[in-house]
Design a protein around this ligand. Sequence first.
Ligand code: CMP
Length: 148
Amino acid sequence: MAETQRTLAIVKPDAVAKGAIGEILRRIEAAGLRPIGLKLVQLSEGQARGFYAVHRERPFYASLVKFMTSGPVVVCALEGEQAIARWRQLMGATDPARADAGSIRKDLGTDVERNAVHGSDAPETARIELAYFFNATEIQGPVEALPG
Ligand code: CMP
């Protein structure tokens, strides 16, 4: 059954540095996903550590935090039918080498760390991740559907 969802998209520092913000937002809009919150932010080490806390025991955690604080990122709240799965499909697999042809990570990612974009993986994660970056006044939509 169709369900309107919200999800968090991040354009990571590698994609921002290569001038791909516009191309990624173009693909999002062409797919019918609607940006309802959008900003460019420089993550502090603490913010990056907190955002990826679920990965804190993984061997790539320190490197990931360093990468995510290496330059600005664009955080974007997306809304649409099945937005979580559709954004993940547009992104492609975590490792660009394994991502489907035509996906953002295949076309714009470099390796499993510098993979251009992030997306929430489930409704509960999306709610937490949206609230991490956006307060109620920064997201367009009905009050009852605001994150948090
Ligand atoms: P993301 O979808 O944002 O979620 C966790 C991030 O960790 C991932 O994208 C990559 O940027 C990074 N990462 C680095 N190495 C790995 C790895 N081996 N497996 C998964 N994620 C990795």
